[in-house]
Write a protein that binds this ligand. Sequence first.
Ligand code: MD3
Ligand code: FE
Length: 206
Amino acid sequence: MAMTIADGVTYLPGYLDRAAQEALRDTLRKIVAEAPLFAPTMPRTGKPFSVKMTNCGPLGWVSDKDGGYRYQPTHPVTGQPWPAIPDALMAAWSDLADFDAPPEACLINFYGPKARMGLHKDSDEEEFAAPVVSMSLGDTGVFRVGGQERKAPTRSVKLSSGDAIVLAGPARLAYHGIDRIVPDTSTLLKGGGRINLTLRRVTEAV
Ligand code: MD3
Ligand code: FE
């Protein structure tokens, strides 16, 4: 059941059933073996993010002290091209995005129990007509979404394992973040933690 929780924000709790979550988890293990999690760092300060990341798809999002936030075709540590986006995620994009061109990047965020992501906008892409499609696996994350200005009111939604959320239209440039992870809320990932996958169109679709 899809619920509109704000203008442009569609929340689909339980979009992936347990078997689909397990299959995606197993596929992600192979992706991480090929494209290991890395610790992005903040532009200018070099302070590490608490979230570890990797990507799949033709482009991946990276950040470091000197280069800043950007998309690039290769892993920042191995120098290898990113692995392909799994079929199950391409199918989810077709089902949910209502956008003709395929996604180019799938950012894979891994949250340990103490990781968080401060309120920010995703604006490193060139195509804002495309939505962002997000899938959550593992422990629940407390997601906060506001408006296009930082001072706008926010609302919070718990994203549990298997939930999808689609950010389109006015929500595409909304401030959002993850306040905290709720420990021991899922048995999907041995050792706990949370994985979030975001499918994005980066370049302008013609
Ligand atoms: C709202 N990830 O990777 S996913 C990110 O759960 C990011 O890891 C969070 O914010 C996470 O940039 C939130 C949901 C999400 C993703 C992209 C958005 C919400 C968004 C883009 C625009 C507005
Ligand atoms: Fe974001």
